[in-house]
Each structure stands twice: as structure tokens, then as C-alpha cells.
Design a protein around this ligand. Sequence first.
Ligand code: GLU
Length: 310
Amino acid sequence: MTTGRFAPTPSGMLHVGNLRTALLAWLAARSSDNGRGRFRLRIDDLDPAARDREVARRQLNDLATLGIDHDGAIEYQSERFDRYDAAIGQLGGAGLTYPCWCSRAEVQAASMAPHEDGWPEGAYPGTCADLDTAGRNRRAAETGRPPALRLRAGGVTSTIDDAVHGRFTGIVDDFVLRRADGVAAYNLAVVVDDDDAGVDQVVRGDDLLASTPRQAHLARLLGVTVPRYVHVPLVTGLGGERLAKRGGATTLGELEALGVTPPQVLAHLGRSLGMDPGDETSLAVDLLTKFDLTRLPRSPWSVNPTDWAV
Ligand code: GLU
């Protein structure tokens, strides 16, 4: 049975681009398996700076307003550190981790050229990979910092299947599993979370495509299912700029203040996903029979949601 999910980071209110991804993820899941597909919600609050329960509550409220319902309990990454530790322990036990003292600036300076030969942007060049005990002690003393923990991936290639982008291959660098501050890295958490929730269909923005071969590789190492992926082109402003969570009228609340109702927002989102929403759309479920993933536009959606107020 298909299980999809949406996993917002509570760093600000959801803008129409986030809402569109959520709607698409919900439609893709709920339209699967003759309407029996499941849909989970998760709050990606790994980062202490984005651990805001009030923002999360308001995000969830906006999803509910659009009729994006869910199965099971809502998971919070901030409550799942023991699960991440277990996965890191499994990898460590297999000799696949090593400590790294490099600062962000050092990694950037030494990083592999982006997009060259399939390396993801900011790929780690392996500076700390082969330190012996003396070398590790020296780095620890030099930096005075606790180390991050990296995966020993050895530059393998990893291929994923994506409903929008087709087969996508990337080289897996020795990416971070646990940050120096002790917080699990997103690439690790997302694999553990999706597997624990039984998620096998991941719909999200294509800004995350470049990191997906890393996650698929990790899933294979941990012996868990690699989900099917749908990486959707981002929503941009009319000038091609990325929609920000702050600034401009792009959230449900801001649009409502301009007189644009949630059903009208839903109709615009539906149209942007290749559907003819008609006049009767008030909740996500009203779009379900009209949904066809193969009609999803393949290019970014440029929009100024303020124009919806007439
Ligand atoms: N939490 C991420 C975001 O808000 C999405 C992660 C994912 O879908 O895997 O951009």
C-alpha cells in the first residue's frame, strides 16, 4: 500500500509553494491503490533554531484548512533522536563512519567543484577520512571542537528513479550523519523517519534532488526501502526568484487578509498541477478524481499570489 508524506520545517508559515507540494503529495498518495493510499505528516524540527511548536501548529492548521488530512500520529524529528542514534550505531558498527573536525568554511574551501562529474554541490573531499589516532588527536586539539560524524561512502554512485526527472545518478560524498553539535543530519533523519513511517512515496521540491542519491545510498546501507520519488519544480515569483516564507503575500493567512479564500487558493494550486478545478473546489478531496500525476507540469510555476485578489 502506498504511503506518502509531507514534512514541513517550522521555520516560518507555509507559502503557496509549500502548500502546492503538500497538496501534490496528498493527491499522489490518496489517489494510489484505488483511493486507499495513506498519508503521513511529520514536522522537520531537527534544527534547534527551527523548533517552534507554535509555527508547527499553525502550519498544520493551514493544511487542515485545505482538507489535507493524514493518517497516524504526527511525528516530530526533535523527539526521535534515539532512532537516529540507533541508525548511526548500525553504520558505525559496520565501520562506515568517521569523525570530522572540518569547519563549514574549510569544507567549502576544499569542496569538490559543484556539478562536475556528478558530485553534489558542497561535496566533502574526504579531508578527515584517513586520519590515524595521532591525526585525530591533533585535529581535536587544534580545533578545540567536538567532531561531526561522516559516512564513509567512498564516492560510490547512486541512482534513483524520479517521476519528474527520470533516472538520476549522483556520486555520494562522505556526507555528515551527525553534526558537531550532536544533532542528527537531515540526510540521515529523513531516511530513518520515512522508513519508520512506512513511507514509500516521497513528493517534495526539486531543490532536494541533488541530495537524494545520498539518501538512497544510506537507505540501501541500512537495509530499508528506497522510496519512489517525485521532485517537483519549485514555485517562483514572476521574476524567477524563489518564494520566501517571509515577505510578500504568499501564505494562506496573508492571502485571506487580501480576500483570497482557501478554496480559491486550492483552485489556483489545482490548476498549477495540471487540473481543471471547476467551481466546486472547497477541499483537497474535491480534486482527487481530477488528479493525474502524468499531467504535472515539468517547469517551475511562476506566480504572484497577490494577483489572485481581484
Ligand atoms: N523539511 C524539508 C523542507 O521543509 C522537506 C524535507 C523532505 O521533504 O524530505 O524543505
